[in-house]
Write a new protein. Structure first.
Length: 158
């Protein structure tokens, strides 16, 4: 099984979780990891939150957005203002090759407010693009360094 993990991480939490997920998936086959980079990120909390709240799309650095050669598609984002970070929204809009694919959606979050909404938002977009089966997991920001905990959440989800 060929997997791809696409994630956005501003302060490193989601990146850590993506790393642990990659280790798990490597037991099943090759894993490609794509980190999304926002080219117009403000760096200021309120600007970031306001843009995310309005479900803005970010300008992202070029990546391979054709996922057709992968069997399992994984999408990770921090929860920003009850939704995905703008860079993830952009990628979800433009990616190809999602039809009939199995997807894993994962988030990291602070308080947890809006976490389900964020996952539902991502799932809705991918549903409309033909993805079929969804698995989801989320890690609270203070748990991302607890590898055993993260692994257990991943195992539960897989
Ligand atoms: C702009 C902004 C908005 C956020 N909004 C939420 C939110 O609505 N709900 C929540 O639980 N956490 C929220 N957080 C916390 C992040 O989701 C959390 O810190 C996450 O682990 C950051 O991931 P990263 O290090 O990969 O960027 C927000 C953080 C930022 C910077």
């Amino acid at each position: 099984m060929k997997s791809v993990i696409i994630y956005y991480s501003f302060s490193g939490n989601t990146k850590k979780v993506a790393g642990v997920l990659s280790e798990h998936l490597k037991e099943k086959g090759p894993v490609e990891t794509i980190e999304l980079k926002s080219l117009d990120e403000s760096g200021k909390f309120f600007t970031q939150a306001a843009r995310a709240f309005r479900r803005k799309r970010a300008e992202i650095a070029p990546v391979n957005f054709d996922l057709c050669e992968h069997d399992l598609l994984c999408f990770g984002t921090p929860v920003w203002a009850f939704g995905p970070a703008p860079a993830m929204n952009t990628f979800l809009d433009i990616c190809l090759g999602t039809k009939d694919k199995e997807a894993i959606l994962f988030t990291t979050y602070g308080s947890g407010t809006g976490n389900e909404r964020c996952l539902n938002y991502m799932q809705d977009i991918l549903n409309k693009k033909g993805a079929k089966q969804f698995k989801r997991f989320s890690i609270q920001q203070f748990k991302v360094n607890d590898k055993e905990f993260v692994s257990s959440k991943i195992k539960e989800a897989l």
